[in-house]
Every structure is written in C-alpha cells, then in structure tokens.
Design a protein around this ligand. Structure first.
Ligand code: EUG
Length: 609
C-alpha cells in the first residue's frame, strides 16, 4: 500500500459518490486496488470515435448537432478521449471497465445526459429520426454483467443518472418510495437516516448501484425484501416511440392531475401485468419507479461452517425446508471457504505463489489459521424480529444444521472486528457497504464476470451445477468462487470469474469458460438468471423450448414497440428486426476471437442493416 490515491468522490460532491461514513474505507479500497495494478491509467486511442452502424461521419455530426440543440450542448459528450477503466466508485460510462474483448471494442460514440423525462422522450424521438441506436444506463454499475457498455458499438449511451437522481418521494405511512435512475442504495439509505425514519432499504452486496437499475435487471439483496423486482410498485416508462406510460395503478389518473393514491400500494392494475416486460428487456426506458421499504426491526446475523466439501448436498437439503417454511429470515448466502480468503482483500499471491488455481490443501492450511477454521462451506444467515422470536428461530436452525457432523455456529461477537461477518450483518439489515469489492484484489488489474445459473434448492440439482463449475473452472485454470443466494425454492448459484484484464490469454480463457459453463448447464436443464452482454445471445438461446417460442414472442413485442430498432439492440439477446440474422448474434467463439484487437460485431461484416 505504497501511494495514496486521490480521494474517491463523496455523496455530497457527486450523486454517485460514497457516503462520508465510508470515505476512509473507500480510500483504502482504492489504494489497495492501485497497489495491485500494472496497467496505465489510459493508453492513446487507436481508433476515431466509433460511429453507430451504417452511419456516415456527416450523418453522425448532423445528428449530434441536432441532439445538442435539443437537450443542450453541454449534455452531449463525444466519446473521443482516452478510455479510463477507473474503479467501482469512479467508473466509466464510455465502455465496459471490466472489458472481456478489447477495451476499445464495446464503446459508445457519445454520451447524452437528459435532465427530465420529457428530455428522455426527446432523445428517443431524435434516435428514431436519425436511426441511431441508444443505450440507456441508470448509473452504469452493472459490474460483471457489462457495466455501462452498449451491446452495439457506436450506440449513444443515455446516462440517465447524472441529471435524474431525485428521490421523488418517501411515503412513511405506506413504507414506500419513488426514485429516479440515478438514486443509489447509498443515497437512499443516507436520506432515510437523515430524516430519521424507522425504515430499511434492501441493498445488494455493493451499495453504489442504482436502486431502479438493479431492480429492472432483477438483482438481489439480502433482507426479507431481497427480491428487488418483486418489491417494486409502479413505473413510469418512456416507450421506444417516445410515448410515456405509467404501469400499475399509475395508469389511473389521480384526482385533479395528482398521482394515483394507490400507485405504490398495489402492483398490478386491471388487465395484463405489464411491468415484467420492462425488466431485462429493451422495450422501454424506466425513468421512475416505486419501491416498498421494510420497517426496521431487530436482527441477528450468524455464520455456520461445515467441515467437508462433500457436505454440500446435506447443507442444501437442510436449507430447503427452513427456507420454504420461512424460518430462514432472509436471502442467506452459502459460500465456499475459498471466499473467506479472497474477501480479506489480500492478493492471491499472498496465499499461493503458483499460477494454477489455488490447490484445495493450500486453502485448507490457510483456513485452519483463520477465524472460520478448516472448513469447506460457510453459511451466512440473519434472523429478524424481537429477541424471543430470534431465539426460537435460531434454536430450530441450529438443531437442523447440527445434524451435519462437525458444523460450527458463530455469532458476530465470536469473530474478530475485521471479519467479513460484520459486513454481512450490515448488508442483511439494509446498510449499503463496499466490502465486496475486495474480491478484486485477488489478481492484478482484476476484472470479473459472473456466471449466474439458477438451481432448485435440492441436493441433486445443486450438485450437478456445482460439479459443472468445479470441472470447467479447473479445465480453464480459474479459481472457483461460488456464492449461493438462497430464495425459497431456488438458489442463485453465483460463480465470480476473476481475470487479469491486462492478459489477453486470461480474457480468452474467461470467455471460453463462460461459454462452456452456459452450454454445459443448459444441457442439464439449468439456465442463467442474468448475464454479461457478450453472453446474452447464448443465454437467451438456451431458453428455446418449442422452437424458440419465448424469443419469438419477445421479438414480436420488440418489433411492435420499436419498429426502427433504436432502443438497446441486442440487450438481453433481443434483436430488433433490422438487426436479426445479419451477424450480430454471438453464438460461437466470437468473443474469444475478438480478444486482442478484433471486433465483436457484426461477425459477418458483409451485411448492412
Ligand atoms: C452476487 C449475487 C448476485 C449477482 C452477482 C453477485 C453476489 C456476490 C444474486 O445475484 O448477480 C457475492
């Protein structure tokens, strides 16, 4: 930890900044990442501004001039400067900071900053008139899934968060709020503290993301309200033709032009429940969204360790009834002990000097000297309510897990102050933190990809998914870092693939690993809940039952809503008619081939849109 980096922005300086309470933690995290970095801040650009497909320089210049007239010259910025990857708190909106292909491949041509819903509507109308693809982001922190990078290079990124970051309302009686795209978990949490309200938010592992953006990507948090999309209520959406839509009860005008009084109380309205089609899609731009908040309550986090790798099926079987009966209070996590090493923030080289995946017995030797002890799996749970309720829940949980020989139960007070459990306890009580970025010190210049399949909470299924991960991580030479996030009947099995973004070999291997993981899992009937934009086509293609009925349905909606194909073409594997079958879909080894200076799309350059 040699040099101290310039301080990361705080929330009072920038909407996307870090709360003061975390300023020194953020500073230390930044210093650690830099001490482990060999790449320069930036390199000279090799290419000019990347134009949208089938757009001449003249047409582009004219279009940009028009957009500048529409929303203000200062709110349209060309992407012509050197690309800076930055880090979590100072992240780019020009490209994917965790580039898998060339850094300069998945880039936008320009970034536009609308300041209101009506300006978003003007941008959408402009995109239709100029036939330029636009790619909306809320805050651009979709890390591990593509960040702020557009799927079609040369798209204009619509950075919604910079000028649209109002907490529109917090309704204390209804325990709900309405937010714009640029409101982070940090910002919402701090506002609730400032107003001294007895309410909790629900946060993912990292608190810098957009509340709205995470929910429409169907992200997950860890209180009893951890299913973010399930706990939203009402949306305002700009459609691809520029029209404005309110979903749910918001469709019924309130008295005298006011918002509907039940907009944040009842999720559907009358007729089809439309909100779902605006999640993980490219059917509209959500400009504000309602969320339910949780009432603050007592809570107790705990950790249970299990001695053997082979305990995995028994742990899953023990979890299922506890989860389904709602005895487990939240969305608990089950992590492999390898995670205890990497969440310390120490580099892999601290633990192991080889370049192969860290051997199991080396992990064992280190774990034996750590607070978790020589174990295999670590379960992090939290119970909620009053002390009597928590005690009776914990009695059941302890006695069920005690059936697995050698399991050990820990409370936060049993563990050192710097142990990860204290960060878990904060996240599980709705306090957004930063601890999880410490994973990224594992390798120099670390980037990561999430492989995120869903498995039933059943040993037989979970074993298949886990064994595919074990086998393929080994084959491609990556450490396996699994975290299982447990809902009632299913688990999100999240494998964090960490690679050095300075190494083309590692990028190629990471991409190969992802591709084979997706294919092998789908062969056994398991699919991903979310994926990096470069793997969207492949993942979407696995949901192919009955001759791709689901994708054909999505395409029908896409073509009806977005006939010019301007809104985020290719996002979530959904291509508008104009692009389909013209070489844009990534279904084979296009990603690996593009690493090292190629270009990702279209794979057959011959076809014109
Ligand atoms: C995590 C969880 C996710 C995800 C990415 C990361 C957790 C890491 C449940 O979804 O998509 C510790």
């Amino acid at each position: 930890m040699s040099t101290s980096q310039p301080p990361p922005p705080t929330l009072s300086e920038r909407y996307s900044g870090v709360p003061k309470r975390l300023a020194s933690i953020a500073q230390e995290a930044k210093n650690r990442l830099w001490s482990n970095k060999t790449l320069p801040e930036s390199v000279p650009r090799r290419r000019q501004v990347r134009l949208p497909p089938d757009t001449t320089q003249d047409a582009f210049d004219t279009a940009i001039a028009t957009l500048r007239r529409d929303i203000g010259a200062e709110n349209v910025v060309l992407n012509d400067r050197p690309l800076v990857d930055g880090w979590y708190l100072e992240h780019p909106n020009t490209h994917d900071a965790f580039h898998v292909v060339d850094q300069e491949d998945l880039v936008c041509s320009a970034v536009a900053y609308p300041g209101s819903t009506s300006e978003v509507q003007s941008v959408v109308k402009w995109a239709n008139e100029c036939a330029i693809p636009i790619y909306p982001i809320s805050m651009g922190r979709n890390v591990g899934y593509g960040g702020s990078a557009p799927r079609v290079p040369g798209s204009v990124v619509i950075d919604l968060g910079k000028r649209m970051h109002k907490i529109i309302n917090i309704d204390v009686e209804n325990a709900s709020c309405v937010v714009e795209p640029g409101v982070s978990y940090f910002a919402l949490y701090e506002e609730i503290q400032k107003r001294n309200l007895p309410l909790w938010i629900d946060t993912p592992d990292l608190g810098g993301g957009s509340v709205l953006g995470n929910a429409i990507d169907r992200g997950v948090g860890y209180t009893p309200m951890g299913d973010h999309f399930a706990n939203h209520c009402g949306m305002e959406v700009v459609l691809p033709n520029g029209e404005l839509l309110r979903t749910g009860m918001g469709a019924l005008p309130g008295k005298d032009g006011s918002d509907n009084p039940t907009w944040q109380s009842f999720q559907p309205s009358y007729g089809p429940y439309s909100d779902g089609i605006f999640s993980q899609s490219n059917f509209g731009i959500v400009t504000s969204m309602g969320f339910w908040l949780m009432h603050e309550t007592g809570h107790q986090s705990y950790m249970i360790t299990f001695p053997r790798d082979e305990d995995f099926p028994a742990i899953v079987e023990a979890i299922r009834p506890l989860a389904q009966k709602r005895i487990l209070g939240n969305i608990p996590q089950l992590r492999h002990v390898a995670q205890e090493l990497n969440v310390t923030g120490l580099p892999k080289s601290h633990w192991y000097s080889g370049s192969s995946p860290i051997p199991r017995d080396i992990i064992r030797q280190h774990a034996a000297r750590m607070p978790c002890g020589d174990c295999s799996w670590v379960f992090y749970g939290t119970q909620y309510g009053d002390p009597t309720g928590i005690k009776s829940q914990l009695d059941i949980i302890k006695s069920e897990f005690a059936k697995i020989k050698g399991s050990k139960f820990f409370l936060p007070k049993d563990l050192p102050v710097d142990h990860y459990i204290h960060s878990r306890a904060l996240v599980c009580s709705g306090v957004p933190v930063l601890r999880e970025i410490d994973w990224l010190n594992w390798k120099p210049n670390a980037a990561h990809l999430f492989f995120s399949p869903i498995t039933p909470t059943r040993a037989e299924d979970a074993q298949v998914v886990h064994e595919i991960n074990v086998r393929l991580h080994k084959k491609y030479g990556f450490d396996l870092f699994p975290t299982l996030c447990v809902a009632g009947r299913e688990m999100h099995y999240i494998a964090n693939i960490i690679y050095d973004r300075a190494s083309e070999d590692e990028k190629r291997s990471a991409a190969g690993l992802m591709r084979e993981l997706i294919a092998a899992s789908a062969n056994e009937g398991y699919g991903e809940y979310r994926t990096h934009i470069l793997f969207a086509d492949q993942v979407a293609g696995t949901y192919k039952w009955n001759n791709n009925a689901l994708m054909r349905f999505n395409e029908t909606i896409k073509d009806a809503l977005d006939p010019n194909g301007i809104l985020a073409p290719g996002r979530n594997g959904i291509w508008p008619r104009k692009y389909r079958g013209k070489g844009w879909e990534i279904l084979g080894s296009e990603v690996e081939k593009a690493v090292g200076g190629g270009t990702i799309s279209p794979s057959t350059v011959t076809s014109k849109l």
